[in-house]
Design a protein around this ligand. Structure first.
Ligand SMILES: [Zn+2]
Length: 126
């Protein structure tokens, strides 16, 4: 299975959309920066309402309490506690887009065809 093109995925889903999918309610907004309760560690108390900081243009977030930080895919991964690959597929499902895939490598350039043994044909089932 081809891998996921993570840069393409991040380009397709802005952090603003991830926040919307997480029902993030900012408590403060200044230009393109948001503050609010942290969806990663689930802060709800009044004192926690500003611990989570997001920069919408740079697509990064940071929590000053639990220390979570990263890009929008990291946010989704940490909120749902999934491995990166699973998180990417999960996020694409929620965003209703096809996961961007890396182009499959068609030529098996495993380098150094030593001894010139002919490459065995791949099995018919792909
Ligand atoms: Zn947090």
């Amino acid at each position: 299975m081809p891998g996921i093109d993570y840069p393409a995925l991040r380009a397709a889903i802005p952090i603003e959309q991830v926040l919307a999918l997480l029902n993030f309610q900012p408590s403060h907004r200044r230009d393109r920066r948001l503050r609010g309760p942290c969806p990663v560690h689930g802060s709800n108390t009044a004192g926690d309402r500003r611990c989570f900081s997001v920069h919408l243009d740079r697509h990064v977030f940071r929590c000053f309490i639990c220390g979570a930080q990263g890009n929008q895919l990291d946010l989704w991964r940490q909120v749902h506690r999934l491995p990166l690959y699973e998180a990417a597929l999960h996020l694409c499902r929620h965003a209703a887009i096809q996961p961007p895939r890396l182009a499959p490598k068609t030529n098996h350039h495993n380098s150094k065809t030593r001894n010139s043994s002919p490459p065995s044909p791949p099995p018919a089932t792909d």
